[in-house]
Design a protein around this ligand. Structure first.
Ligand SMILES: *Cc1c(COP(=O)(O)O)cnc(C)c1O
Length: 388
């Protein structure tokens, strides 16, 4: 095969991600324009919020401008104050920590499990101090953390649980939607996620007692949400707050994909299974490791990653794939080893797996629209790299 030219797609490369697009987006964005309401909380936002409330069984879904902002709202709702501690993995995106650091909290990083790359629930309790306010499990790759244990620890120590479910839309733990299990759940609709509105997110609230506060924080510290529902005659400044609500234009774009949520999910899962099947011989030969999905976890194929021997091999494989126009990418530099992480946080206990496992992890192309042929080509090249 001629290098740099792929027989299967119109694309020059097998890209790592292509933002989801169904074709209906234009129509819904046009409708939003014709509704003459393009600011937040219009007809599409209502529809999308209801969709998630029904899907997840939560009291409220508040659409936000990002998962970062949803997590900031959660930090406000937890009443985080300077000096508070928040337990989370170091192997995560910066926003997990930033949302709490902005309130003056100290992120306390706990090691991950090598099988799922999620926070090791068995190490959490030892990290709890008098200052601990919350635990923030991150469901990496849409595979759930061990939530029963985490909830039990939280209950015993009276802590909030904020799920970073940015990657967890349409995934579940023991039948419960990710993001609906803790006190607050945060979704992302960034273009790299399974469902997208360009930039966007949502805050899921399990207990209705937090809804009023959340609406005020999200609407610049006012009770404008109540005003829109005709519950007050004027809206007033009630508390501190900011502007976290997304434009109708973005939410309309997302709505098109929610209508096809099952189809998008099935598409991704099919590619995931193909990768898994085609790479199993390499795993059996001990060359690579494949993702592990514990019992009780239903994932959403947010990601397909493999684990190579070490950082050097990972870089070599990445480069090898690049020669065939396949874009594979590594993931997080652990937060505790990054400049801001060193300044604001601390690692509790020993870093046995966080650094070592993150260095050898490589993510393969995965998106709605990725063809079976392309996935097979990627797998074939990986096998070739290992001489199999
Ligand atoms: C994508 C992501 C975020 C941030 O989402 P935004 O919507 O871009 O703010 C946070 N946490 C995790 C684990 C993510 O994957």
């Amino acid at each position: 095969m001629q290098q740099g030219k792929l027989p299967f797609t119109g694309l020059e490369k097998i890209r790592f991600n292509v933002p989801p697009f169904t074709g209906k987006e234009y129509e819904y964005v046009r409708q939003a324009v014709e509704n003459k309401q393009i600011c937040g909380d219009g007809a599409f936002t209502k529809r999308v919020s209801r969709w998630f409330e029904e899907k997840t069984g939560t009291a409220k879904c508040l659409m936000t401008t990002s998962c970062t902002h949803a997590t900031e709202l959660a930090a406000l709702l937890c009443g985080i104050e300077p000096g508070d501690e928040v337990i989370m993995p170091s192997f995560t995106f910066v926003s997990t920590a930033n949302a709490f650091v902005l309130r003056g909290a100290v992120p306390v990083f706990v090691d991950i499990r090598p099988d799922t790359m999620n926070i090791d629930e068995k190490l959490i309790e030892a990290a709890v101090t008098e200052k601990t306010k919350a635990i923030v499990p991150v469901h990496y790759a849409g595979v759930a953390c061990e939530m029963d244990t985490i909830l039990e620890i939280a209950k015993r120590h009276n802590l909030f649980v904020v799920e970073d479910a940015a990657q967890g839309v349409m995934a579940s733990y023991k039948g419960k939607a990710l993001g609906s299990i803790g006190d607050f759940g945060c979704y992302s609709f960034h273009e790299t996620k399974n469902y997208s509105m360009g930039e966007g997110g949502a805050l899921l609230i399990r207990d209705p007692k937090y809804v009023e506060k959340a609406e005020i924080f999200r609407e610049k510290g006012t009770d404008r949400s109540k005003y829109y529902r005709g519950q007050v005659d004027k809206y007033r400044w009630q508390d501190f707050g900011s502007s976290y609500l997304p434009s109708e234009l973005n939410v309309a774009y997302l709505y098109a994909q929610l209508e096809l949520a099952e189809e998008i999910n099935a598409w991704r899962l099919a590619r995931w299974q193909e990768y898994y099947g085609l790479l199993t011989p390499l795993a059996k030969a001990g060359k690579i490791e494949l993702p592990i999905v514990p019992e009780g976890c239903v994932h959403n194929a947010h990601m397909f990653y493999i684990k190579t021997a070490d950082e050097q091999e990972c870089a070599a494989l990445k480069e090898f794939l690049e020669e065939y126009d396949v874009v594979a990418v590594t993931h997080y530099v652990p937060l505790h080893s990054a400049p801001a992480g060193m300044r604001y946080g601390r690692f509790f206990g020993e870093d046995v797996y966080t650094t070592k496992e993150s260095e050898r992890l490589l993510r393969l192309p995965m998106y709605y629209g990725l063809t079976a042929e392309d996935a097979a080509f990627v797998a074939e090249k990986i096998r070739e790299f290992y001489g199999a």
